[in-house]
Design a protein around this ligand. Structure first.
Ligand code: KG4
Ligand code: ZN
Length: 356
């Protein structure tokens, strides 16, 4: 089964062609990602209007390149998948409309994919892991612990009460005068800093529910920085290290609680799966390995380019759905908001909730 996937929910214009074998094995035939980071950098974050326009300009070329590199023609596709949300609505409209046009012209089934579902299923593309598994999804927009029980069968065990982890990295970086996106910059500087120098809070630590809260930590960094301003390079490195250590301790504590909750409800997970841009952070990965080992399971973290937004994960989720005969009508609506636990395996209610 061969599927084209399109991703335009944030600041990556991406398309890929993926093949799914009958035994469930996955193969990426092409995976083109055009990052808009340069266009948003001067604003310190993603500007929705700029993102939507950039998707319009780039998407046709990115799709053509994905088909070209895969060496396949449209007639050889078994389906066309696009992220239909959640995300910045202007970009989602561009990707979904393009997918609809390709599906219509080539008489192929359309699969409207929830972007979070695609992150969740990536570990099945790379490692062919069985259900149920415990997903830790941490990106610029999301921080969730999810029980992935089957295609379309997701139970959210935890979320953040305020900022996402990636957002906390980005805001901290901005506050310290570092570049965007902030995560990689903070990680780089943290390696040279002293994680003990500033006593920062570990929000929610010890709470029996596995939820997150990050905004207090970010404020604590700001207060420490204001106390010692103007900041030297050493101060900045120490603040990065202390901030990252607080996040790592928090992730360890919250995931431990999340996996515990998972085990009580569904038994030992087949794996702890890390997804989203934050999973690129080596210190966070180490903490997740410890959680997995303690729980008698293994950590599966897809390679970096498949952790961050890409078209292969959308194509793969499309292939998994197609294999079950789950497709969408051509009037399926794009959605800015679309919680993962609303993604039912049956696709009946998907057309109704437009632009929410
Ligand atoms: O999944 P992603 O590429 O895009 C979405 O937000 O959907 O994640 C991007 C986020 C940004 O907030 C970025 O700062 C964060 O992931 N990030 C990191 C690292 N690399 C990327 N955070 C911490 N450490 C990193 N090495
Ligand atoms: Zn994402």
């Amino acid at each position: 089964m061969i599927v084209l996937g399109i991703e335009t929910t944030c600041d990556e214009t991406a398309a890929a062609v993926v093949e799914r074998a009958d035994d469930g094995g996955g193969k990426i035939l092409s995976n083109i990602v055009l990052s808009q980071v340069g266009e948003h950098a001067e604003f310190g974050g993603v500007v929705p209007e700029i993102a939507a326009r950039a998707h319009v300009e780039a998407l046709d070329h990115v799709v053509a390149e994905a088909m070209n590199q895969a060496g396949r023609s449209y007639s050889e596709l078994d389906g066309v998948a696009a992220a239909a949300g959640p995300g910045l609505i202007g970009g989602v409209i561009v990707g979904l409309t393009t997918a609809k046009a390709i599906a219509l012209v080539n008489k192929k089934p359309l699969v409207a994919i929830n972007h979070l579902e695609a992150h969740a299923l990536t570990a099945r593309l790379t490692d062919n892991i069985p259900f149920p598994f415990c997903l830790f999804l941490a990106s610029g927009g999301h921080t969730q612990i999810v029980a992935v029980r089957g295609i379309g069968d997701y139970v959210r065990l935890a979320t953040t009460m305020d900022d996402a982890i990636g957002e906390a990295f980005d805001k901290t970086a901005k506050m310290l005068g570092l570049g965007y996106p902030g995560g990689p910059e903070v990680e780089r500087l943290a390696a040279t800093g002293d994680p003990q120098r500033f006593a920062l809070p570990r929000p929610m630590q010890g709470r029996p529910d596995p939820n997150f809260s990050l905004s207090g930590l970010k404020t604590a960094v700001r207060l420490e920085a204001e106390k010692i301003a103007p900041l030297s390079e050493r101060d900045i490195a120490d603040l990065c290290a202390s901030f990252q250590q607080a996040v790592v301790d928090t992730v360890f504590d919250r995931l431990r609680m999340g996996v515990r909750t998972f085990r009580i409800k569904y038994g030992t997970p087949s794996a702890l799966v890390a997804a989203g841009g934050v999973a690129a952070n080596q210190a966070i990965r180490k903490a997740l390995s410890r959680v997995a080992m303690e729980a008698g399971t293994e950590l599966v973290a897809p390679p970096l380019e498949l952790c961050t937004d890409n078209g292969a994960m959308i194509a793969w989720a499309g292939a998994e759905r197609l294999a079950l005969g789950l497709t969408d009508e051509l009037d399926v609506a794009p959605r800015a908001r679309w919680p993962l636990d609303e993604v039912a395996a049956a696709n009946a209610p998907r057309r109704t909730a437009a632009y929410k």
